[in-house]
Design a binder for this molecule. Structure first.
Ligand SMILES: Cc1cc2nc3c(=O)[nH]c(=O)nc-3n(C[C@H](O)[C@H](O)[C@H](O)COP(=O)(O)OP(=O)(O)OC[C@H]3O[C@@H](n4cnc5c(N)ncnc54)[C@H](O)[C@@H]3O)c2cc1C
Length: 446
């Protein structure tokens, strides 16, 4: 297979109706600090987090600038799987979807395969999109809502010297000319290597490294992945994550990730290639991509009038590595928070406003989801024996229904007491059969 870095894909066309001009629905309490003008916000990064934040800000009456360094054809390295609830919540048109995945198959270290989509209802599926398509759409919608597009790389951020003084965003436009813009509020949506996070001293987070090859398959092999996504677990493909084959418009994305052994990522990529060899041989690698995935939120997500959202904040779930929905949702929650606290862009906001209107509701809604998936990753990705137990459990219809309900609708599904007890005994049984509990007991006794 010949590798070629970067390939261009054609983007489907879409038209976005321009929103009605902002109508003021807030009680205005004039503040001297910005009287006679609107609150000004810079959103750094035009991924799902930034575009959703910019759309909320502009629709709510804040003067908004959306900075993005890349042209629309450049895709963020990503699997592109999004949950069903995102289509409705973010009004994403169905013609942007490449594949409707209704079958998931998970393979254990010993290659036992379990089908994982048996409980899906006829209208339920996982949507697979190309990121260049999704991101272009969300960006266009932010612009249609009134956000000004700034094509350029943000190179620095000066913090204000006094309480209500502006932040200065430095950027290079068109690759050369240096410019700056004064703003009242900054939203850092600039991904895992966030410069905004560095500028405010938000602290570091642990990252996984994900590696992915896009492989164009002969038609008969592509037919196998028509509506099927595969996940593989085992020491050969990752010491602490899973490897995947996801179907895209006219190719598959084959990849893996790891936190513990980033330097060995290519060894694990060889591992997944070997496992799926019979299904992908004859294919042609059309793109190779790698990118960090945050493992947990940053120590600081709000400082002064700066807020971090999406990957910049660290909102990717463990176990599944899912971040698109949480990026878009956190951007929207944060944008709405600024609109509410500024009373539609009429008054200055402060750190306490961002904490109260953005961080507090966000944490109340999602901290338990993130903690639960963290726990699952630690229990089930720890050794090959645990992974065998995980795959065995995935065969249980109750587990499948709870998992898909939680994933597709982004709510921790509520179970029934009897079924939960049954699940508990099944989990213990799977771990015992896989020799995990036995080994743990021996370690304990010794
Ligand atoms: C290989 C891989 C596979 C994945 N698969 C999935 C999946 O299937 N499903 C899922 O839900 N999640 C997946 N994720 C995670 C998902 O990609 C991220 O969580 C998501 O993209 C976060 O969105 P974001 O808007 O916060 O950041 P990003 O998507 O990273 O967007 C940041 C934007 O900011 C721009 N930018 C950065 N710095 C600057 C700067 N200085 N100036 C101007 N612009 C700047 C970038 O160009 C980019 O457009 C995957 C991640 C990887 C690496």
């Amino acid at each position: 297979m010949a590798a070629k870095i970067q390939t261009s894909f054609c983007l489907p066309s879409f038209s976005i109706p321009r929103k009605k001009p902002y109508s003021n629905q807030f009680t205005i309490s004039a503040s001297k600090s910005i009287s006679g003008r609107k609150l000004r916000a810079a959103v750094i990064g035009g991924g799902p987090a930034g575009s959703s934040a910019a759309e909320a800000l502009a629709s709510g009456g804040v003067e908004t600038f959306l900075f993005e360094r890349n042209p629309p054809s450049v895709a963020k390295p990503c699997g592109g799987a999004i949950p069903l609830c995102m289509l409705e919540e973010f009004d994403i048109p169905h013609h942007l979807i490449d594949r409707h995945v209704t079958r998931m198959r998970i393979f254990s270290p010993s290659n036992i395969a379990v089908d994982f989509g048996k409980t899906l209802k006829p209208d339920e599926f996982i949507a697979m999109l190309r990121r260049e398509v999704l991101d272009s759409f969300l960006r266009s919608r932010a612009h249609a809502a009134g956000a000004t597009a700034v094509s350029g790389l943000v190179t620095g951020l000066d913090l204000p010297a006094a309480t209500n003084a502006p932040y200065i965003v430095h950027y290079t436009a068109n690759g050369s000319s240096r410019r700056s813009l004064s703003v009242d509020v900054v939203i850092g949506a600039d991904g895992a290597n966030s410069r905004v996070a560095k500028a405010i001293g938000a602290g570091e987070y642990a990252c996984a490294m994900a590696f992915q090859e896009r492989i164009k398959l002969p038609d008969e092999k592509m037919a196998h992945y028509e509506n099927l996504a595969e996940m593989y677990v085992g020491e050969d493909v990752s010491p602490d994550f899973y490897a995947w084959v996801f179907p895209k418009c006219d190719h598959v994305a084959v990849g893996t990730g790891t936190v513990r052994s980033k330097k060995a990522i290519k060894v694990y990529q060889r591992g997944i290639r070997e496992r799926v060899n019979s299904k992908i041989n004859g294919g042609k690698v059309i793109k190779v991509e790698a990118h960090p995935i945050p493992e947990h939120p940053r120590p600081i997500r709000v400082k002064g009038r700066v807020a971090l959202v999406g990957d910049a904040a660290g909102y990717v779930t463990k176990c599944s590595g899912e971040g698109i929905y949480f990026a878009a949702k956190s951007g929207r929650v944060c944008g709405n928070a600024v609109v509410k606290a500024s009373e539609g862009g009429e008054r200055m906001i402060h750190e306490a406003d961002l904490r109260r209107e953005y961080l507090k509701p966000w944490d109340a809604d999602y901290v338990s989801t993130f903690r639960f998936l963290d726990l699952l990753q630690r229990v089930f990705y720890g050794s090959n024996a645990c992974r065998e137990a995980l795959v065995e459990l995935c065969g249980d219809e109750y587990v499948q229904r709870m998992t898909f309900d939680s994933y597709l609708y982004k709510k921790l599904a509520r179970g029934r007491v009897w079924d939960d007890a049954h699940l508990f005994f099944n989990t213990v049984g799977s771990l015992v059969r896989s020799n995990v509990l036995h080994t743990r007991m021996e370690t304990f006794i010794l």
